[in-house]
Design a protein around this ligand. Sequence first.
Ligand SMILES: [Zn+2]
Length: 104
Amino acid sequence: MILKTNSSDAENRLKIIVVESIIPEFLLTEIQAFKARNSLAKSYSIQNKEITDVCCSQCLKAFVLNQAKSQDLNKKTIKSIEKQFDCEIGHDGYYIDNEELIKT
Ligand SMILES: [Zn+2]
């Protein structure tokens, strides 16, 4: 039997593995917690049978960079993490976390 592979799905899985290897474990845990407390919607993946929280990418990027800087990660790692988010950092110098406006 020949199984067709979905190249974009494989590429996405590879991208997730690469991103997870760049982002330290503590930050991945913080990202999951941020997404859960700031969830705007739920997303369901048929392939993975997973329900995930969807949040504002700009707020998440600002939060992740704040966390990375507060933990004194080196500049190269912070730059690599920043490149994983293809969006602006927060909104005009602020982001929202748990209904609280926080300066970036
Ligand atoms: Zn936002």
